[in-house]
Write a protein that binds this ligand. Structure first.
Ligand SMILES: [Zn+2]
Ligand SMILES: [Zn+2]
Length: 338
């Protein structure tokens, strides 16, 4: 039976509005979800500002959605009505492309992005492809789980796939939506953790989150400070800006890697000397696959990693989005439905 539900859609770039919609049945391979919470992420600007080509408006943004499955489409196996699930940025792999067949689900050539190519979680109801679902442990609340599906998975997956081993020096550059989770994960994974930010005010917070060291990159050279600690095996770059990446790159120890997670328009400049002498690497990482999403949430529940959030009702999505874009969210805003 069709029911009315509320959603916040981007009518055309720049314009968020609350609307009533009517539910439909999930298609083959899809589930329908009663959304309970959805995080507001900087990447939502791709939809709101129309920065990615080919978005068909109106479009509901939101790719940090948590809710309960209330209907299964044809052919869906392994998921049940009533089960609490999460939907992240990657909307689900196809299973048949070259990359899927090789086990690289993140780079599936037929992958859609939630809230960009189809409607996302700024709504009381959404559809999702079953291959993209993440299972949510009972002891994580929906509002706490939501930001872990994008900001959490991105930092957790990058650290988990990095060459760092327990006891190695790992730096997290930028203490915001991603970085405040990255520091907690790095600490609980057993690394010696350095937090880097541009002011003195963040020092206390960084220590509270689990950092062993703090570098104010506004007052000192972050590369020299990292070398004074022995050099970083991994630098997790959660801030955007090519300059930021370049400034810290010389802080890597030989064989170390800078992993870029923050998207920005600036090119990243580094010298061939810094790359070659010390065999340093520069790489990017895009969120993570659904199984790593399961691990992100479970690891968070087991270790007590949680996002610092403020909540807002769905109808205040436009204001919440504006606050996030103005850099005033501490650190994640989560929309709560119902
Ligand atoms: Zn995101
Ligand atoms: Zn594929």
């Amino acid at each position: 039976m069709n029911r009315a539900y509320r959603a916040v859609e981007v009518a055309s770039p720049g314009q968020l509005r609350l609307v009533q919609r009517t539910t439909s049945e999930p298609g083959p391979g899809q589930v329908r979800i009663q959304v309970e919470a959805c995080g507001v992420c900087h990447s939502d600007s791709a939809t709101v500002d129309g920065t990615l080509p080919g978005i068909a408006y109106p479009r509901v943004p939101g790719h940090e959605a948590v809710g309960r499955i209330d209907a299964l489409g044809e052919g869906v196996q392994g998921w049940a009505v009533g089960q609490r699930v999460g939907v992240g940025f990657l909307a689900g792999s196809c299973g048949y492309c070259e990359f899927c067949r090789n086990g690289d689900l993140v780079n599936c050539s037929n992958q859609e992005y939630t809230g960009i190519h189809h409607d996302g979680g700024y709504a009381e109801v959404m559809m999702a492809k079953a291959t993209g679902l993440v299972s949510v442990p009972d002891d994580l609340s929906s509002v706490d789980a939501a930001p872990l599906l994008c900001a959490g998975l991105t930092t957790f997956s990058a650290l988990r796939n990095s060459p760092a081993k327990a006891g190695d020096l790992v730096a997290v550059l930028g203490i915001g939506g991603l970085g405040h989770l990255g520091v907690q994960y790095a600490r609980h994974m057993g690394f010696e953790v350095v937090a880097i930010s541009r002011d003195d005010d963040t020092a206390q917070l960084a220590k509270t989150l689990g950092a062993h060291h703090y570098i104010n990159s506004g007052a000192s050279d972050p590369a020299a400070a990292l070398q004074a600690l022995g050099g970083a095996k991994v630098i997790l770059i959660t801030a955007s800006g090519g300059k930021t990446v370049a400034e810290s790159f010389k802080g890597l120890r030989p064989g170390g890697v800078s992993i870029v997670l923050g998207v920005g328009p600036e090119p990243i400049e580094t010298s061939s000397v810094d790359l070659i002498f010390g065999s340093r690497k520069l790489e990017g990482a895009l969120t993570g696959d659904p199984a790593t999403g399961d691990r992100t949430l479970r690891f968070s529940a087991l270790s007590g990693v949680s996002p610092m959030i403020e909540t807002a009702p769905l109808e205040e999505a436009a204001a919440a989005y504006a606050k996030m874009m103005a850099g005033q969210a501490r650190f994640r805003i989560v929309l709560k439905m119902g």
